[in-house]
Design a protein around this ligand. Structure first.
Ligand code: OAD
Ligand code: ZN
Length: 242
């Protein structure tokens, strides 16, 4: 791993953004969406994480989320999450933008962050839109309901074909458009909105470092592509920064 160029850029950067995807949690044992572990009962995420799937079969969609909640709850943040949490105090200005709903960044200590796709431990009422934390898994009913009005609740997650939460992408762009450096870690880049945040920063001149053992849609655009697992690459970078 030739990190010389990257290290001086990181040391000089005033404003640093990090965009993460499912790959950062792979080493914690949380399956990615588009890899080999990406299927459940022969369904792909694209067939379950939609308003149409929920309308047709809310039990099935909740069952899938409960299975994933169980995996996320048992998983522990890994070295990659921890380095990103440390970077937050190392950098003058910092924002983590994650596509992950697993909560592992938060549990690793990240605070300046946007969970742009929501959080697996939260639900939202389909009638009054109240957002609430789900009880522990063993006390979560098969079909969770709203604590206020008793209507059916759904996962508080941005599904395929849905808009992002109001202001979310704007807040991210506001920060990243003047970023000096952006890390793009563990994402295949198949979802355009988060990729556009990174691309806009790159076009404005941000130095960009991608970490992913496999090439992604953004690889041709980055300043430095580190073909490595997130845990290993971030640990190496952090070691050299200190
Ligand atoms: P994907 O499953 O599409 O991509 C995971 C990426 O992680 C791939 O590019 C892998 O090569 C990479 N990867 C695997 N192991 C890694 C490791 N140890 N270190 C670094 N990278 C590794 O997941 P996302 O790009 O996050 O949406 O998918 C984006 C969105 O699509 C998700 O947020 C989800 C999904 O549908 C929602 O849940 C709303
Ligand atoms: Zn309600």
């Amino acid at each position: 791993m030739n990190l010389t160029a990257a290290l001086s850029k990181i040391k000089d950067a005033g404003r640093v953004a990090v965009l993460t995807g499912a790959g950062i949690s792979a080493e914690s044992g949380v399956p990615t969406f588009r890899g080999t572990g990406g299927y459940w009962k022969n369904y792909k995420a694209e067939e379950l994480a939609t308003p149409e799937a929920f309308q047709a079969n809310p039990e099935l969609v909740w069952e899938w989320y409960s299975m994933r909640r169980e995996i996320c709850g048992k998983a522990e943040p890994n070295a990659g999450h921890k380095v990103i949490a440390e970077l937050e105090s190392y950098c003058k200005e910092f924002l983590l933008i994650t596509q992950n709903v697993d909560g592992l960044h938060r549990r690793a200590g990240s605070k300046r962050m946007k969970e742009i796709h929501g959080c697996i431990d939260e639900a939202r009422c389909t009638f009054c839109n109240q957002v609430f934390s789900l009880p522990p898994l063993d006390r979560t009913p098969k079909l969770p309901t709203c604590p206020d009005c008793g209507s059916l609740a759904r996962p508080h997650i941005v599904w395929f074909g849905e808009s992002y939460f109001p202001g979310m992408l704007e807040d991210c762009h506001e920060f990243t458009k003047f970023a000096d450096l952006i890390f793009i870690v563990g994402t295949s880049g198949m979802i355009s909105a988060p990729m556009n945040i990174a691309l806009a920063a790159i076009r404005r001149g941000a130095y960009s470092i991608e970490i992913n053992p496999e090439r992604s849609t953004i690889t041709p655009n980055v300043s430095l592509y580190i073909q490595e697992s997130a845990g290993k690459a971030l640990t190496e970078i952090w070691k050299h920064l200190n």
